[in-house]
Write a protein that binds this ligand. Sequence first.
Ligand code: NAG
Ligand code: NAG
Ligand code: NAG
Length: 324
Amino acid sequence: MKIAPAVILLASALLVTAHPGPHTSIKRSEAELARRDLASSKCARHVGEMQHKRIEKRAEALTKRSNRFSSVTITTESPFYPRIQNETCILTPETTTGPYIWSKSQTLRQDMTEDQPGIPLILDIGVIDVNTCEPMRNVLVDLWHCNATGSYSSFTGRDPNTPFEQLLEELGLDLSRGSLDLHTDDTTFLRGMWPTDANGMMQMKTIVPGYYVERAIHIHVQVHQNWVLQANGTVKTGTTAETGQIFLAEDLSKYLMSYQPYFGHTEIERTTNDVDSIYSEASVNGWFPELAVIPIDGEEYSKGIIGYITIGVDPSRTAASSFN
Ligand SMILES: *[C@@H]1O[C@H](CO)[C@@H](O)[C@H](O)[C@H]1NC(C)=O
Ligand SMILES: *[C@@H]1O[C@H](CO)[C@@H](O)[C@H](O)[C@H]1NC(C)=O
Ligand SMILES: *[C@@H]1O[C@H](CO)[C@@H](O)[C@H](O)[C@H]1NC(C)=O
């Protein structure tokens, strides 16, 4: 698959089906929990090694670029390392995509910041097959999140501080009546997709998300196993879309949110990880869906961070994709 690095392309016109709202909690079956548990213990070493390699590789690159970054090499043995083996976000077909998925605005690129102000975030993502514990090559990692004050692109007409139930009521919409389309425009900020390389890794530049009503700070992720770049530059995704959400450590969120422009978001209280329903689902059986984070300059988190996460996908359990 050949892709020019700097091209900005819009995803093709795609259908979006109904998604449960942010409150919807999905009950995990015993079988699923057991399966995750097994995959968790089985792949722990592989995940640890893969993540360690990525951190070392980046530390090398940073050191090469400037001596100022030499302290970064030390961070391969930083306090984050002992936790590395389970910083893994497991995707499942059942996890909610939330109401702000909008595939028409998902763009093939490695920097999805556009003009959004905020603390720079470089996502360093590795994808593994939880059955074989092997890296997954050339799968499309699809990311989207809200801006520093809680708004999603393509939904900028929606108030991020209005509780979801109230929003639906105001719009006269009923979740049980099928498809839900809340989009208001075609802006594309903070939405991006990029395939994994030969080592099952990809990188995306963005900003640290802010927060909206009733949800902890999070980044949505889907992995598409079958995808093609079409002649007109749009991406057609195949039958597999597994879904998950990535979080920040609570103390880090608290610290970063004390800086502008996040600090200016005073209309609502930030929901913390411990009371977020999706966070608790994503954390069962030792899986740990938080980014392992180091400061880009090796010193100050508020100037920019690099976040590492390994994403686990079970290719044998695929959802019928909402993309066709
Ligand atoms: C986030 O997006 C909304 C909607 O476009 C905009 O009004 C707001 O200013 C943005 N936040 C920041 C911090 O730029
Ligand atoms: C791109 O090509 C595909 C396949 O031919 C087509 O379905 C789609 O509508 C096209 N999109 C645009 C934006 O031209
Ligand atoms: C995963 O990491 C978290 C945070 O360090 C820890 O509390 C938890 O016990 C770990 N789980 C396993 C299975 O190692």
